[in-house]
Ligand binder design. Structure first.
Ligand code: NAG
Ligand code: NAG
Ligand code: NAG
Ligand code: NAG
Length: 740
């Protein structure tokens, strides 16, 4: 019988959404009353559900129904829900809708009916398997079963003894003969806001009814799996995936359930599983649930781009360059810019002055307005709605969108809420949480690292995202004051509101979108504070400060200039680096006296003193040592082959200043180092005359030093050297004695 239905099924599958309400051909033809049926359509399982809104959960349910070929009838769509809050008791409304829908089946037991919830339910297998399993029960009506008894715990002793922990009735799923179910439902009435689970529980506990209809609970979760208090029984098989996708196993009952229900507080567990199940993701095909065909974006939706600078944030200039670089048509973008930090006024004002005119409209909230962040966020949302935006797209100053097509790509996800996945480079820190702790804070999901590392790419339903996201207007219009829930910061507040409203938050790593900045150590009291960020934000730091030709020296066939024997020369930092490092030193200003006594040193004595400032005096020692390890060490290994020291050690790291009226030169000496680096921070002939380094053994000088280039030479024995006299101006060099 079922096989025939499958043939017809294809056309129905395509039209299920359209036939949600109103009578359906099948139902019109099936019931003729009193056991007599003219059933021209070979349908023997009809699935009913109740949904008053097309929530994300409902869409997920329908997708899985389409996938496996269920004939679903949705009751109540568009009606006002009278069954109480989702979290509390209630749900009688569902019973009344079902009773009404089953009226035409009076006496008709040729039809099997399955009822399921939909917002927190999905199918994991086809209807023929459901029917086969149902028939094995030898029952007229099978209810799904769960571990916990709810809502009336006092009823526990009345339940039959069972061998599994799935002891109690759950009303989110049942299957039975249509006529019988109608008879049972007519046994007694229920008010819309009474509890449906209690109602069905009482029917089940009524021994006469139970025996008459051979009612059973699905104790082994052979058809219905309720997740709450049962996650430890479940195994998601991802690695062993067959071509038909991933599957869920109940390892305790050894069943493969077909209907999965995130009952009670297990919604997030369901969301997690739903990323994989019902052919959503498998290792062979990747994200099979992700939309494939391109969405036509003409005319482009009207988007409010809301930029937030709520923190002192390194690399904000680059951040705004990337905002400018977004390829989404600016005449379809309303710009909103919020800056809380006075420190950033200039950068933000420059951006507004230069770019705001290109957008459809713009609104700025400046630091002097003293608007709290959460208020500004709510305001932006209000403005978006007032101006009839289609989407709200928010980007915080930590979120660097390196992909200029981010906005279009996110729209292609066709989600009501979607965030580009952004990660701190080479770290586990991202803009989403895979799971939530019982207290509502961060918890790591089993698949978190695979997603963060892009080993699994797709669209992932997660409980929290921050920093950057695209929200459909329909969603934001529902959540008033979304960012101002008490005791939560704005992002936590939004995520909680969305979870409570049943809106799914998807994080998207189908593509690379960008990365997150780490602002934790950004100290604006420092001179040129970004210069200090090579450890926390290496990627951005290197773009700004590492010489564009640095990596050429590391190539296999690179020819490294050697101006004197065993003195190697490499481009390493940008002119900007050199300028900013000089500024750091001159702002600090405490140049040493150039005398032999030096209280900065352990021994208090310097044999060959210079006028200098040590890196630790300007709080840059840690950063400099990291720089030595990250950038200098690979160069050293290239030219002094066979010497490895990782990380390099160096106690003496300092900037030297030579000038005619102070200290113009340095007498011949050896360095206490395995090798020495000497980085030119300014340019002979422009910033000073004279100067340079003379290697006495080889009678060889380097005087045409190059800005941002590094000289590297052995420290002892062979490379006895002196600093040549500066005759005018000031010469700055950065010196390290590596591996003393
Ligand atoms: C802007 O986009 C262009 C072209 O995609 C790219 O070459 C450039 O690096 C981008 N600039 C920034 C700051 O990302
Ligand atoms: C980098 O090297 C190329 C030649 O390989 C040269 O043309 C270019 O000017 C160099 N860039 C800088 C900034 O020095
Ligand atoms: C060192 O080199 C300079 C020129 O490069 C030369 O004039 C001088 O005689 C050399 N000194 C010795 C000791 O070879
Ligand atoms: C030194 O440099 C300054 C400024 O660059 C210049 O005015 C002056 O004439 C120079 N003096 C000598 C002796 O070259």
């Amino acid at each position: 019988m079922w096989k025939l239905w499958v043939l017809f099924g294809l056309s129905f599958v395509l039209s299920i959404l359209a036939e949600d309400d109103g009578e359906n051909k099948i139902v019109e033809q099936v019931p003729v009353g009193n056991g007599k049926v003219i059933n021209q359509f070979p349908v023997d399982l009809i699935t009913y559900t109740v949904a008053t809104e097309e929530t994300d959960g409902y869409l997920r349910y329908i997708r899985s129904a389409h996938l496996y070929g269920y004939h679903v009838k949705t009751l109540g769509m568009g009606e006002k829900w009278e069954g109480g809050a989702m979290a509390g008791t209630g749900g009688g409304h569902k019973v009344n809708l079902l009773r009404k829908a089953l009226k035409p089946f009076k006496g008709n037991n040729n039809i099997i009916i399955m009822f399921t919830d939909s917002y927190d339910v999905m199918f994991l297998g086809p209807p023929d398997q459901v029917l086969a399993k149902f028939r094995k029960f030898d029952s007229r009506l099978v209810f799904s079963a769960e571990v916990l008894l709810w809502p009336d715990k006092s009823l526990a002793p009345e339940f039959p003894v069972t061998e599994t922990s799935y002891k109690y009735l759950n009303s989110g799923g049942f299957i039975g003969y249509a006529g019988d179910i109608l008879e049972i439902l007519e046994d007694h009435p229920i008010k819309n806001d009474d509890d449906d689970q209690l109602y069905y529980t009482k029917l089940f506990l009524n021994k006469n009814l139970r025996e008459k209809y051979r009612m059973r609970l699905d104790h082994k979760a052979s058809i219905f799996q309720n997740i709450n208090a049962a996650t430890q029984d479940l195994r998601l098989n991802v690695d062993k995936a067959k071509t038909d996708g991933t599957f869920l196993e109940n390892v305790v009952t050894e069943e493969t359930p077909l209907v999965l229900h995130g009952n009670g507080p297990s919604k997030l567990a369901l969301n997690f599983l739903s990323n994989y199940l019902a052919r959503s993701w498998d290792p062979i095909n990747g994200c099979t649930a992700c939309p494939r065909d391109p969405l036509d974006l003409s005319p482009p939706p009207l988007i409010m781009l809301a930029v937030f600078v709520p923190w002192n944030t390194p690399f904000l200039v680059e951040f705004f360059d990337k905002i400018k670089n977004l390829t989404y048509p600016k005449n379809r973008i309303m710009l909103f810019v919020y800056n809380k930090m006075e420190y950033h006024d200039e950068v933000v004002d420059n951006f507004i002055e230069e770019s705001a005119g290109q957008y459809l409209s713009h609104k700025q909230i400046a630091s002097k307005d003293n608007t709290p962040e959460s208020h500004a966020r709510n305001l932006a949302v209000q403005l978006c709605l007032v101006k009839k935006c289609d989407y709200f797209f928010t980007v915080d100053s930590l979120a660097h969108l390196d992909n200029p097509d981010t906005m279009q790509n996110l729209l292609q996800a066709r989600k009501r809420f979607v965030a580009p996945m952004l990660v701190r480079p080479n770290k586990a820190w991202s803009n989403f949480w895979g799971d939530l702790s019982p207290q509502g804070y961060y918890a790591r999901s089993l698949d978190y690292m695979e997603i963060v590392n892009n080993e699994r790419r797709g669209l992932w339903n997660v409980p929290y995202v921050s920093s950057c996201y695209l929200i459909h207007q329909e969603v934001i219009s529902k959540i008033k004051g979304a960012f101002t829930q008490e005791n939560y910061d704005p992002d936590m507040s939004l995520a909680k509101n969305l979870r409570d409203s049943g809106v799914f938050m998807f994080v998207d790593n189908r593509e690379d979108y960008g990365h997150l900045i780490d602002a934790d150590t950004f100290d604006i009291t420092l001179t040129n504070p970004e210069l200090y960020q090579n450890v926390e934000n290496q990627l951005d730091w290197a773009k700004r400060y590492i010489h564009p030709n640095y990596s050429q020296s590391l190539m296999e066939d690179a020819v490294i200039p050697q101006p004197c024997p065993d003195v190697y020369w490499f481009p390493i930092v940008t002119p900007r680096y050199c300028k900013e490092l000089i500024e750091v030193m001159e702002t600090f200003g405490k140049w040493s006296s150039g005398k032999n006594t030096d209280e900065r040193l352990a021994g208090g004595y310097e044999n060959v003193p210079t006028r200098d400032i040590h890196m630790n005096q300007v709080a840059m020692e840690r950063q400099w040592l990291a720089f030595l390890g990250d950038y200098v060490r690979p160069l050293q290994e290239k030219v002094f082959i066979g010497y490895f020291h990782d990380p390099p050690r160096s106690l003496m790291n300092f900037v030297v200043r030579y000038r005619p009226d102070e200290q113009p030169s340095l007498r011949p000496h050896h360095d206490s180092s395995t090798f020495t680096i000497n980085l030119a921070l300014n340019t002979p002939g422009i910033d000073f005359t004279g100067g340079g380094c003379h290697f006495i053994r080889y009678n060889c000088s380097v005087t045409n030093t190059k800005l941002g280039w590094l000289l590297m030479h052995p420290g002892r024995l062979t490379h006895y050297h002196e600093g040549l006299k500066v005759t005018n101006g000031t010469r700055y060099i950065m010196i390290s004695f590596v591996d003393p």
